[in-house]
Write a protein that binds this ligand. Sequence first.
Ligand code: NAD
Length: 258
Amino acid sequence: MPHELQGIDSLAGKVVIVTGGARGLGRSISDGFAMAGAHVVLAGRNRATLDDAAAQIAAAGGSVLSFQADVSSEDSVEALCAAVVEAHGRIDVLVNNAGINPWYKAAEDTSLEEWRQIIDTNLTGVFLACKHAGRVMIAAGEGAIVNISSVAGRVGLAKTTAYCAAKGGVELLTRQLALDWARKGVRVNAIAPGYVQTDLTEGLLAHPVLGKRIVERAPMGRFAQPSELVGACLFLASSAASYVTGQSLAVDGGWTAA
Ligand code: NAD
Protein backbone atom coordinates (compact mmCIF):
# COMPACT_ATOMS: atom_id res chain seq x y z
CA MET A 1 0.00 0.00 0.00
CA PRO A 2 1.39 3.43 -0.94
CA HIS A 3 0.14 5.15 2.20
CA GLU A 4 -0.43 4.24 5.76
CA LEU A 5 -4.19 4.05 6.35
CA GLN A 6 -5.07 6.98 8.57
CA GLY A 7 -8.19 7.28 10.63
CA ILE A 8 -9.82 8.38 13.80
CA ASP A 9 -7.39 6.21 15.77
CA SER A 10 -5.05 9.19 15.20
CA LEU A 11 -7.08 11.06 17.84
CA ALA A 12 -5.76 8.95 20.71
CA GLY A 13 -3.74 11.18 23.05
CA LYS A 14 -4.76 14.42 21.29
CA VAL A 15 -5.78 17.42 23.39
CA VAL A 16 -9.25 18.52 22.31
CA ILE A 17 -11.16 21.58 23.53
CA VAL A 18 -14.94 21.41 23.05
CA THR A 19 -16.67 24.71 23.83
CA GLY A 20 -20.14 24.21 25.26
CA GLY A 21 -18.97 20.63 25.66
CA ALA A 22 -21.01 19.72 28.72
CA ARG A 23 -24.46 19.71 27.11
CA GLY A 24 -26.35 18.82 23.95
CA LEU A 25 -24.40 18.35 20.78
CA GLY A 26 -21.15 19.38 22.48
CA ARG A 27 -21.59 16.67 25.09
CA SER A 28 -22.01 13.96 22.42
CA ILE A 29 -18.94 15.30 20.61
CA SER A 30 -16.97 15.26 23.89
CA ASP A 31 -18.05 11.66 24.52
CA GLY A 32 -16.94 10.74 21.00
CA PHE A 33 -13.45 12.22 21.42
CA ALA A 34 -13.11 10.58 24.84
CA MET A 35 -14.05 7.22 23.30
CA ALA A 36 -11.42 7.81 20.60
CA GLY A 37 -8.81 8.14 23.37
CA ALA A 38 -8.35 11.91 23.28
CA HIS A 39 -7.79 14.16 26.31
CA VAL A 40 -11.02 16.13 26.32
CA VAL A 41 -11.32 19.63 27.74
CA LEU A 42 -14.86 20.82 28.36
CA ALA A 43 -15.26 24.60 28.29
CA GLY A 44 -18.46 26.26 29.40
CA ARG A 45 -20.03 28.80 31.69
CA ASN A 46 -21.71 26.70 34.34
CA ARG A 47 -19.40 25.05 36.90
CA ALA A 48 -21.97 22.52 38.12
CA THR A 49 -22.89 21.37 34.59
CA LEU A 50 -19.20 21.06 33.69
CA ASP A 51 -18.43 19.05 36.84
CA ASP A 52 -21.35 16.73 36.20
CA ALA A 53 -20.39 16.06 32.56
CA ALA A 54 -16.70 15.63 33.42
CA ALA A 55 -17.56 13.14 36.18
CA GLN A 56 -19.67 11.08 33.75
CA ILE A 57 -16.98 11.06 31.05
CA ALA A 58 -14.32 10.09 33.60
CA ALA A 59 -16.57 7.33 35.00
CA ALA A 60 -16.83 5.90 31.47
CA GLY A 61 -13.01 5.75 31.33
CA GLY A 62 -12.36 9.01 29.48
CA SER A 63 -9.57 11.52 30.08
CA VAL A 64 -11.25 14.83 30.83
CA LEU A 65 -10.68 18.27 32.33
CA SER A 66 -13.10 21.15 32.49
CA PHE A 67 -12.64 24.91 32.63
CA GLN A 68 -15.15 27.67 33.09
CA ALA A 69 -15.09 30.00 30.11
CA ASP A 70 -17.36 32.42 28.30
CA VAL A 71 -16.52 32.35 24.60
CA SER A 72 -17.84 35.88 24.08
CA SER A 73 -15.13 37.30 26.37
CA GLU A 74 -11.60 37.56 24.97
CA ASP A 75 -10.02 37.52 28.44
CA SER A 76 -11.93 34.35 29.28
CA VAL A 77 -10.96 32.57 26.03
CA GLU A 78 -7.32 33.59 26.41
CA ALA A 79 -7.29 32.29 29.99
CA LEU A 80 -8.90 29.03 28.83
CA CYS A 81 -6.23 28.41 26.20
CA ALA A 82 -3.46 29.27 28.67
CA ALA A 83 -4.95 26.87 31.24
CA VAL A 84 -5.13 24.05 28.67
CA VAL A 85 -1.51 24.62 27.61
CA GLU A 86 -0.46 24.65 31.27
CA ALA A 87 -2.30 21.37 31.91
CA HIS A 88 -1.48 19.49 28.71
CA GLY A 89 1.32 21.43 26.98
CA ARG A 90 -0.60 21.84 23.73
CA ILE A 91 -3.95 22.16 21.93
CA ASP A 92 -4.39 19.74 19.03
CA VAL A 93 -8.08 20.17 18.26
CA LEU A 94 -10.64 22.91 18.90
CA VAL A 95 -14.36 22.29 18.42
CA ASN A 96 -16.24 25.59 18.41
CA ASN A 97 -19.63 24.30 19.48
CA ALA A 98 -20.88 26.85 22.06
CA GLY A 99 -23.91 28.66 20.77
CA ILE A 100 -27.18 30.21 21.76
CA ASN A 101 -30.66 30.05 20.38
CA PRO A 102 -32.20 32.30 17.78
CA TRP A 103 -34.80 34.70 19.15
CA TYR A 104 -37.33 33.65 16.46
CA LYS A 105 -38.18 37.27 15.74
CA ALA A 106 -38.40 39.15 12.47
CA ALA A 107 -35.55 41.61 11.81
CA GLU A 108 -37.85 44.59 12.33
CA ASP A 109 -38.68 43.33 15.84
CA THR A 110 -35.10 42.38 16.83
CA SER A 111 -33.43 44.77 19.25
CA LEU A 112 -29.77 45.69 18.92
CA GLU A 113 -29.17 43.99 22.25
CA GLU A 114 -30.71 40.71 20.97
CA TRP A 115 -28.67 40.95 17.75
CA ARG A 116 -25.47 41.53 19.72
CA GLN A 117 -26.05 38.63 22.11
CA ILE A 118 -26.30 36.15 19.25
CA ILE A 119 -23.40 37.62 17.26
CA ASP A 120 -21.17 37.88 20.36
CA THR A 121 -21.52 34.18 21.20
CA ASN A 122 -22.18 32.48 17.87
CA LEU A 123 -19.72 34.42 15.69
CA THR A 124 -17.33 36.49 17.83
CA GLY A 125 -16.95 33.52 20.19
CA VAL A 126 -15.78 31.35 17.29
CA PHE A 127 -13.34 34.02 16.13
CA LEU A 128 -11.88 34.46 19.64
CA ALA A 129 -11.38 30.74 20.23
CA CYS A 130 -9.84 30.30 16.76
CA LYS A 131 -7.53 33.25 17.41
CA HIS A 132 -6.17 32.06 20.76
CA ALA A 133 -6.15 28.29 20.18
CA GLY A 134 -4.88 29.03 16.65
CA ARG A 135 -1.81 30.84 18.05
CA VAL A 136 -0.92 27.72 20.05
CA MET A 137 -1.48 25.46 17.03
CA ILE A 138 0.53 27.71 14.69
CA ALA A 139 3.44 27.71 17.15
CA ALA A 140 3.28 23.90 17.17
CA GLY A 141 2.92 23.74 13.38
CA GLU A 142 -0.20 21.58 13.57
CA GLY A 143 -3.81 21.56 14.65
CA ALA A 144 -7.39 21.07 13.53
CA ILE A 145 -10.43 23.25 14.16
CA VAL A 146 -14.04 22.20 13.62
CA ASN A 147 -16.63 24.97 13.79
CA ILE A 148 -20.24 24.01 14.40
CA SER A 149 -22.17 26.09 11.91
CA SER A 150 -25.75 25.31 10.86
CA VAL A 151 -27.99 24.95 7.83
CA ALA A 152 -28.92 28.48 8.95
CA GLY A 153 -25.47 29.53 7.74
CA ARG A 154 -26.28 28.31 4.25
CA VAL A 155 -29.93 29.20 3.68
CA GLY A 156 -32.16 31.83 5.22
CA LEU A 157 -34.61 30.52 7.80
CA ALA A 158 -37.66 32.49 8.91
CA LYS A 159 -37.29 34.83 11.89
CA THR A 160 -33.69 33.97 12.67
CA THR A 161 -31.96 37.14 11.44
CA ALA A 162 -28.99 37.32 13.82
CA TYR A 163 -28.60 33.53 14.04
CA CYS A 164 -28.42 33.17 10.23
CA ALA A 165 -26.01 36.11 9.98
CA ALA A 166 -23.79 34.63 12.70
CA LYS A 167 -23.74 31.13 11.21
CA GLY A 168 -23.17 32.51 7.70
CA GLY A 169 -20.22 34.35 9.23
CA VAL A 170 -18.93 31.11 10.73
CA GLU A 171 -19.10 29.43 7.31
CA LEU A 172 -16.94 32.13 5.68
CA LEU A 173 -14.64 32.55 8.70
CA THR A 174 -13.94 28.82 8.31
CA ARG A 175 -12.86 29.22 4.69
CA GLN A 176 -10.89 32.41 5.35
CA LEU A 177 -8.90 30.95 8.26
CA ALA A 178 -8.29 27.75 6.30
CA LEU A 179 -6.48 29.83 3.65
CA ASP A 180 -4.47 31.89 6.14
CA TRP A 181 -3.36 28.80 8.06
CA ALA A 182 -3.03 26.17 5.29
CA ARG A 183 0.77 26.48 5.22
CA LYS A 184 0.99 26.71 8.99
CA GLY A 185 -0.29 23.17 9.57
CA VAL A 186 -3.70 24.20 10.90
CA ARG A 187 -6.81 22.87 9.17
CA VAL A 188 -10.13 24.67 9.67
CA ASN A 189 -13.42 23.01 8.75
CA ALA A 190 -17.07 23.22 9.75
CA ILE A 191 -20.10 21.05 10.22
CA ALA A 192 -23.49 22.45 9.28
CA PRO A 193 -26.11 20.46 11.19
CA GLY A 194 -29.79 20.45 10.38
CA TYR A 195 -32.25 20.36 13.27
CA VAL A 196 -30.87 18.31 16.16
CA GLN A 197 -32.85 17.28 19.22
CA THR A 198 -31.19 19.19 22.11
CA ASP A 199 -32.18 21.77 24.75
CA LEU A 200 -31.69 24.41 22.06
CA THR A 201 -34.52 23.02 19.91
CA GLU A 202 -36.72 21.58 22.68
CA GLY A 203 -39.25 24.43 22.39
CA LEU A 204 -39.34 24.20 18.59
CA LEU A 205 -39.87 20.46 18.52
CA ALA A 206 -42.63 20.73 21.12
CA HIS A 207 -44.34 23.61 19.28
CA PRO A 208 -47.62 22.30 17.79
CA VAL A 209 -47.24 24.15 14.48
CA LEU A 210 -43.51 24.85 14.02
CA GLY A 211 -42.26 21.45 15.22
CA LYS A 212 -44.62 19.65 12.84
CA ARG A 213 -43.68 21.95 9.96
CA ILE A 214 -39.95 21.32 10.41
CA VAL A 215 -40.40 17.55 10.57
CA GLU A 216 -42.56 17.63 7.41
CA ARG A 217 -39.94 19.80 5.61
CA ALA A 218 -37.03 17.56 6.68
CA PRO A 219 -36.28 15.05 3.88
CA MET A 220 -35.71 12.30 6.47
CA GLY A 221 -38.86 13.32 8.33
CA ARG A 222 -37.19 13.75 11.72
CA PHE A 223 -34.70 15.74 13.81
CA ALA A 224 -31.18 14.32 14.19
CA GLN A 225 -29.94 12.89 17.45
CA PRO A 226 -26.75 14.57 18.74
CA SER A 227 -24.80 11.32 18.33
CA GLU A 228 -25.40 11.50 14.56
CA LEU A 229 -23.05 14.51 14.30
CA VAL A 230 -20.13 12.92 16.12
CA GLY A 231 -18.63 10.84 13.30
CA ALA A 232 -18.33 13.88 11.02
CA CYS A 233 -16.61 15.85 13.77
CA LEU A 234 -14.12 13.07 14.56
CA PHE A 235 -13.37 12.66 10.86
CA LEU A 236 -12.64 16.36 10.29
CA ALA A 237 -10.44 16.52 13.40
CA SER A 238 -8.49 13.37 12.55
CA SER A 239 -5.63 12.65 10.17
CA ALA A 240 -8.17 10.88 7.93
CA ALA A 241 -9.00 14.46 6.85
CA SER A 242 -5.36 15.57 6.52
CA TYR A 243 -5.99 17.13 3.07
CA VAL A 244 -9.39 18.59 3.95
CA THR A 245 -9.53 22.27 4.92
CA GLY A 246 -11.89 25.17 4.37
CA GLN A 247 -14.87 22.84 3.99
CA SER A 248 -18.26 22.74 5.63
CA LEU A 249 -19.90 19.34 5.82
CA ALA A 250 -23.69 19.45 6.00
CA VAL A 251 -25.05 16.81 8.36
CA ASP A 252 -28.65 17.76 7.82
CA GLY A 253 -30.58 14.70 6.66
CA GLY A 254 -30.80 16.25 3.20
CA TRP A 255 -32.20 19.65 4.33
CA THR A 256 -29.95 21.75 2.05
CA ALA A 257 -30.20 19.26 -0.83
CA ALA A 258 -33.71 20.54 -1.45
P1 NAD B 1 -27.39 23.55 23.75
O1 NAD B 1 -28.12 24.78 24.20
O2 NAD B 1 -27.90 22.22 24.17
O3 NAD B 1 -25.86 23.66 24.16
C1 NAD B 1 -25.11 24.82 23.89
C2 NAD B 1 -23.92 24.84 24.80
O4 NAD B 1 -23.18 26.05 24.57
C3 NAD B 1 -24.30 24.81 26.27
O5 NAD B 1 -23.43 23.97 26.97
C4 NAD B 1 -24.10 26.28 26.67
O6 NAD B 1 -23.83 26.44 28.04
C5 NAD B 1 -22.89 26.64 25.82
N1 NAD B 1 -22.73 28.09 25.68
C6 NAD B 1 -23.65 28.99 25.28
N2 NAD B 1 -23.12 30.23 25.32
C7 NAD B 1 -21.84 30.10 25.77
C8 NAD B 1 -20.79 31.01 26.01
N3 NAD B 1 -20.93 32.33 25.85
N4 NAD B 1 -19.60 30.51 26.46
C9 NAD B 1 -19.43 29.19 26.64
N5 NAD B 1 -20.39 28.28 26.43
C10 NAD B 1 -21.58 28.73 25.99
O7 NAD B 1 -27.31 23.67 22.16
P2 NAD B 1 -26.94 22.58 21.03
O8 NAD B 1 -28.18 22.29 20.27
O9 NAD B 1 -26.15 21.48 21.60
O10 NAD B 1 -26.05 23.49 20.08
C11 NAD B 1 -24.65 23.34 19.96
C12 NAD B 1 -24.19 24.05 18.70
O11 NAD B 1 -24.80 23.46 17.57
C13 NAD B 1 -24.56 25.55 18.67
O12 NAD B 1 -23.51 26.28 18.08
C14 NAD B 1 -25.78 25.56 17.77
O13 NAD B 1 -25.97 26.81 17.15
C15 NAD B 1 -25.40 24.47 16.78
N6 NAD B 1 -26.53 23.90 16.08
C16 NAD B 1 -27.54 23.30 16.76
C17 NAD B 1 -28.61 22.78 16.05
C18 NAD B 1 -29.78 22.12 16.73
O14 NAD B 1 -30.77 21.86 16.03
N7 NAD B 1 -29.71 21.82 18.02
C19 NAD B 1 -28.64 22.88 14.65
C20 NAD B 1 -27.58 23.49 13.99
C21 NAD B 1 -26.52 24.00 14.72
